[in-house]
Design a protein around this ligand. Structure first.
Ligand code: ARG
Length: 461
């Protein structure tokens, strides 16, 4: 047991208490951030004349060598220390002696951990954003390829109206665009430095918080020192953004699973992204899509867990806040892994264009257009709706599509039908005539794709 405190204690900490209280098993992930923050703090202490230039140089070299030794595997972060902060400080003192004991001047582990976690989350926001950006690029390429790939659009999982694959993918493009913008917003809001807030009430040393903040790439220092050590809003915001990304991925995975099913066969997931069955030799399962859908739950769990942890904590720092880490780290790794895998999976999927188009022709997806045709011939829409409804019933009975009926059969139901109906309700016309902003017609879709290209250009990493 190696801890930074003990002076006012007369008894050893109980072993179970020590283990329960320690966080090193998971906060060792923060070693880089802890060392980076300590280096900035030492720089500032020297600049303010709180430690000497010579002491600072020793501290900087000591911290650099610790970082190097960890990265080269020469030292291991072991559980005999309470947390990563204790580990780094104790190691520094071992290496350089007394000057090492001055590093913690004007600092508390409360503002130290607040800084470490913020630095870590800031990097995660950027990495997650980069992966969302890559996925957007993949989707954009697929949209360009599939402007003319017709398929049915669904409501209630029932065929509704014809659309294109570009249009369907475009819906997800919008979702992931919002996800990227959300991460950018969070970054701007969270990029302030809590170091210098001390335990809760600042310090009496003349710290230059602006200087520390600038050194660490922050927009500036956080303000109120009590809020600085007890704010985890930025992490909650990240987890909410990650949950929304997972929700989008999960919906997309659900569709991929349906489209890949034996009944639909709209797509075939590549062998490299599929798995087999140990007993059924014919099986090729969409496990990756199912797992991404499944892992959504644990990311939501991390968000709920932190919200619940934070809800009853009085100001300022309380140990409950140590619980902000494990599940957040897990959620960060999960969401990044899922975006990466999804990107690979969707980028290698084979789209069975003929099956998609045939499916769009089959399910009366042109019924609205047939009604609109009658409206153009002077039939009021409500009457046209009834006529086409009867027509659909007739077709179901004959097991055919509206397009398969002869002109005499059509006229038998409504004399307003003419030869031009076949063109008016063809799959191609039904899609192509939909040209309002955001609609699937190729004219409108090309505009949407151009706007998507501008977005990717503007938001390039
Ligand atoms: N391990 C702690 C955490 O993660 C570090 C801060 C400890 N501060 C304290 N006063 N016990 O929150």
């Amino acid at each position: 047991m190696a801890q930074l405190w003990g002076g006012r204690f007369t008894k050893e900490t109980d072993k179970l208490v020590y283990a329960f209280n320690a966080s090193i098993s998971f906060d060792k992930k923060l070693y880089k951030q802890d060392i980076r923050g300590s280096k900035a703090h030492a720089r500032m202490l020297a600049r303010q004349g709180i430690i000497t230039g010579q002491e600072e140089a020793l501290i900087q070299n000591g911290l650099d060598s610790i970082l190097e030794d960890i990265e080269e595997g020469r030292i291991e972060i072991t559980e005999e220390y309470e947390d990563i902060h204790s580990f780094v400080e104790a190691n520094l003192i071992d290496r350089i002696g007394d000057p090492g004991k001055k590093l913690h001047t004007g600092r508390s582990r409360n503002d130290q951990v607040a800084l470490d976690m913020r630095l870590y989350t800031r990097d995660e926001i950027l990495e997650t954003r980069g992966l969302v950006y890559d996925l957007l690029s993949t989707l954009h390429g697929l949209m360009e390829d599939h402007i003319n790939t017709c398929m049915p659009g669904f409501t209630h999982l029932q065929k509704a109206q014809p659309i294109t694959l570009a249009h369907h993918l475009g819906a997800y493009f919008e979702m992931f665009k919002r996800d990227l913008l959300r991460l950018d917003d969070i970054y701007d809001r969270m990029n302030y430095c809590p170091l210098g807030a001390g335990a809760l009430a600042g310090t009496t040393y003349p710290l230059d918080r602006e200087f520390t903040a600038t050194q660490l790439g922050f927009t500036g220092p956080t303000l109120n020192s009590m809020d600085s050590v007890s704010d985890r809003d930025y992490l909650i915001e990240y987890l909410a953004a990650a949950s929304t990304i997972m929700m989008h991925l999960s919906r997309f995975c659900e569709e991929i699973i349906i489209w890949n099913s034996n009944e639909y066969r709209y797509i075939e997931i590549d062998d490299s992204y599929s798995t087999g069955s140990s007993i059924m030799p014919q099986k090729k399962n969409p496990d990756i899509a199912e797992l991404i859908r499944g892992k959504t739950g644990r990311v939501y769990g991390a968000l709920m867990s932190l919200l619940t942890t934070m809800k009853g904590i009085p100001l300022a720092y309380n140990k409950d806040m140590q619980e902000d880490k494990e599940e957040a780290f897990d959620a960060m790794d999960t969401v990044k892994g899922c975006i990466r895998l999804f990107d690979g999976m969707i980028g290698t999927v084979k789209f069975n264009k003929d099956i998609m188009a045939a499916s769009a022709v089959k399910g009366f997806t042109n019924a609205t257009d047939a009604a609109d045709y009658l409206v153009l011939k002077g039939v009021p829409f409500r009457d046209a709706h009834g006529i086409i409804g009867r027509l659909v019933l007739y077709c179901i009975d004959k097991d055919c599509s509206i397009d398969d009926l002869s002109i005499d059969e059509l006229k038998g139901i409504c004399d307003k039908f003419d030869e031009d109906v076949y063109d008016a309700i063809s799959l191609k016309t039904c899609v192509e005539k939909r040209l309002t902003i955001g609609a699937p017609g190729s004219g409108a879709m090309k505009d949407e794709i151009a706007r998507g290209r501008d977005f990717l250009e503007q938001k390039r990493k």
